[in-house]
Design a protein around this ligand. Structure first.
Ligand code: SF4
Ligand code: MG
Length: 327
């Protein structure tokens, strides 16, 4: 499989201003040097607690916020080097779906106007074909073309998310970033929308970067999973490896908290001590050492690098235990 998206050494630091002159006195290191690849047709998920940098990563890839440093290669082209106007054109290839579609759907536009506007901006569909395309899209996402002249408030949360999906699809994207796209929905509706996303992926050869705090949801949809903690990637693995044999202590703790996973059946729930430290002044060494049940001296001094531990499959872990065990 070919790489569609390559994120290289991405950093997103937000300045904190202070003092009389309002100079930058410090940074929130929201994303701190992460690299990963998303292959064509794949669904890669990013999981972690709120504040771990997962949404920030999604926004930086789409340049909704310009990153502090690093590269984002899309089909080999660095998006970071594009001008604003060039990036706007690129948006037809890279779309995003948010948690709350209502906030991003103009309440004064009908569904067909919303879709029409998206097509207009990207000029991907000739004007004369748009009405037909809108009807098709609405059928595809399960809304029904007869509802095209209704307004967003006339729909339920799940239906609105379907409209958000239709809007993303209206410009024929290659990659869709789904940022907590089903998190606000009831569990039964979640499953329907996830199944829809899977169907659409097959139908339109889509690639997803799926951002979620919910490992249960992620399990449903992912090929590979990235676990983030405090701005860093701690583990990346094929779904099976991650759920059957999580290697990073943080991944183990996250998994132990969701029922019906092997690890939760086999082991006690791992309760982490303390809170997530501040991303302004993150712990040196391993960022997880202040909460890790296995931390030892080296963890507070040396930062662990991601290393391959995969047994045939794909699994990378950033934890000193990996080479201690190998010794
Ligand atoms: Fe825990 Fe040390 Fe591994 Fe970090 S490097 S996860 S502190 S054992
Ligand atoms: Mg978020």
């Amino acid at each position: 499989n070919q790489a569609l998206l390559e994120v290289k050494e991405l950093k997103q630091y937000f300045p904190i201003k202070g003092g009389v002159f309002g100079r930058t006195v410090n940074h929130v290191k929201a994303v701190d040097d992460i690299s990963f690849t998303v292959n064509e047709g794949e669904t890669v998920s990013i999981v972690g607690e709120s504040g771990c940098g997962k949404s920030t990563t999604g926004r930086a890839i789409l340049r909704l916020d310009n990153p502090y440093s690093g590269n984002v290669l899309f089909e080999g082209e660095d998006l970071i080097s594009l001008s604003k106007a060039q990036m706007r054109k690129k948006r037809k290839d890279l779309q995003i779906i948010f948690q709350d579609p209502y906030a991003s759907l103009n309440p004064r536009q009908t569904v067909s106007q919303i879709l029409e506007e998206a097509m207009e901006i990207q000029s991907v569909v000739p004007r004369k074909d748009r009405r037909k395309k809108i009807q098709e899209l609405l059928e595809t996402v399960g809304i029904g073309a007869h509802q095209m002249d209704r307004y967003p408030h006339e729909f339920s949360g799940g239906q609105r998310q379907r409209i958000g999906i239709a809007r993303a699809l209206s410009v024929n994207p290659k990659l869709i970033v789904c940022d907590e796209a089903v998190s606000a929905l009831d569990v039964s509706i979640q499953a329907q929308v996830l199944n829809l996303l899977k169907d659409l992926q097959r139908q339109f050869k889509l690639t997803y970067l799926f951002i979620s705090h919910d490992l249960g949801v992620v399990r449903h949809i992912s090929d590979r999973i990235i676990v983030m903690y405090l701005g860093k990637i701690v583990e990346i693995a094929d779904k099976k490896a991650l759920f059957d044999d999580p290697k990073h202590p943080y991944t183990q703790a996250l998994l132990s908290a969701i029922p019906s996973t092997n690890i939760a059946e086999k082991k006690e729930r791992i309760i982490l001590k303390g809170d997530v430290p501040s991303p302004i002044d993150p712990p040196v060494g391993c960022r997880f050492h202040t909460r890790c049940p296995y931390a030892f001296e080296r963890c507070a001094v040396e930062e662990p690098k991601l290393m391959n531990v995969g047994n045939g499959g794909f699994q990378q872990v950033a934890c000193h235990l990996m080479d201690e065990q190998a010794k």
